[in-house]
Design a protein around this ligand. Sequence first.
Ligand SMILES: CC(C)(COP(=O)(O)OP(=O)(O)OC[C@H]1O[C@@H](n2cnc3c(N)ncnc32)[C@H](O)[C@@H]1OP(=O)(O)O)[C@@H](O)C(=O)NCCC(=O)NCCS
Length: 147
Amino acid sequence: MAPRSFEHPVSISLEELRVEPFRETHDVKGFDCGNGDLNDFLCTSEVSKYEKLGLGTTYLVHRWGNLVAYFTVSSDSMRVEYLKTAKSFSEVRELRLEAIPGFKIGRLAVDTRHQKRGIGRTLIKCIAGMALEGKVGVRVLMVQAKP
Ligand SMILES: CC(C)(COP(=O)(O)OP(=O)(O)OC[C@H]1O[C@@H](n2cnc3c(N)ncnc32)[C@H](O)[C@@H]1OP(=O)(O)O)[C@@H](O)C(=O)NCCC(=O)NCCS
């Protein structure tokens, strides 16, 4: 089967994006991705609570000095029974495991003024790179999706 082609080409490279951990001193006012919950998470104390309680690490993404996106990641796991039919997990299923270690994208948001230019797709690559850094075992990349 031919790989699915994307509707628009990505003109952005990861080198153009500055990805850094969220700090309370960062100015995030005015960020708008079009989704109220995701805006509120970043622009209220919720983001700091997540950091403090170890529930997720948030990264801010700047391009040419502008805040263009953020994402929140955490470690997670997926129960083996959800992967029952996946061919590439046949070897894993032979082991006595209840769950498969994973890396979860809890939140991913691109500011409306910068959407549809490939930033979201570039960030997925960046996050996959983080997951594969090799410091801990990771087999699945998970997304806590919004409709
Ligand atoms: C979803 C979002 C992160 C995509 O970021 P982006 O920088 O605009 O994405 P890209 O330009 O890299 O586009 C990547 C692909 O995702 C597609 N896409 C964008 N929004 C989508 C959605 N809601 N559902 C399915 N696909 C979507 C685009 O059409 C594009 O595919 P194409 O190249 O085949 O056309 C951004 O639109 C956003 O922040 N939306 C509001 C918040 C949200 O829904 N976050 C995700 C849930 S946690």
